[in-house]
Design a protein around this ligand. Structure first.
Ligand code: HEC
Length: 114
């Protein structure tokens, strides 16, 4: 096959990866990647909590100012480390650097600086 014939396929590759559900690979920042890997299934890519699983749980919406625990760094970190019984898994293995990136990214999604 000639190189020129390959070009359209190369141009399509990112779109195909995204369609195949590999958009984690295309995520831009490490914080975004962590968010998608650990949190987005339940809280949504945009942190709105608007996922099939948690649409009715308003505390799963992390973009509003309606907190059960609190929106400051310390409270968020505690919840993420310990999880919430029967609702959210614990994340004991995240390093403190990963935690920082994750919370930075959450604040970014909220349109705030952490
Ligand atoms: C299995 C689903 C699930 C996953 C995965 C998950 N969460 Fe949650 N999370 C929930 C639910 C449901 C709630 C609301 C529980 C409640 O009613 O208090 C919640 C609550 C929270 C809260 C507390 C909100 C408040 O109002 O105080 C924070 C902060 C949070 N999640 C952050 C995260 C982060 C960051 C991640 C990724 C590391 C994550 N969650 C992963 C389901 C999940």
């Amino acid at each position: 096959m000639r190189f020129r014939q390959l070009l359209p396929a190369l141009a399509l590759a990112p779109a195909l990866l995204a369609l195949a559900g590999c958009d984690e690979l295309l995520a831009r920042t490490p914080g975004e990647r962590l968010w998608r890997r650990h949190c987005a299934d339940c809280h949504g890519i945009d942190a709105s909590g608007n996922t099939p699983r948690y649409m009715g749980e308003h505390y799963a919406d992390l973009r509003d100012n309606n907190w059960r625990t609190g929106g400051d760094r310390g409270s968020i970190e505690n919840v993420v480390r310990e999880g919430i019984f029967a609702k959210m898994p614990a994340n004991e293995k995240l390093t403190s650097e990963e935690m920082r990136l994750l919370i930075d990214y959450l604040y970014e999604l909220r349109g705030e600086r952490g």
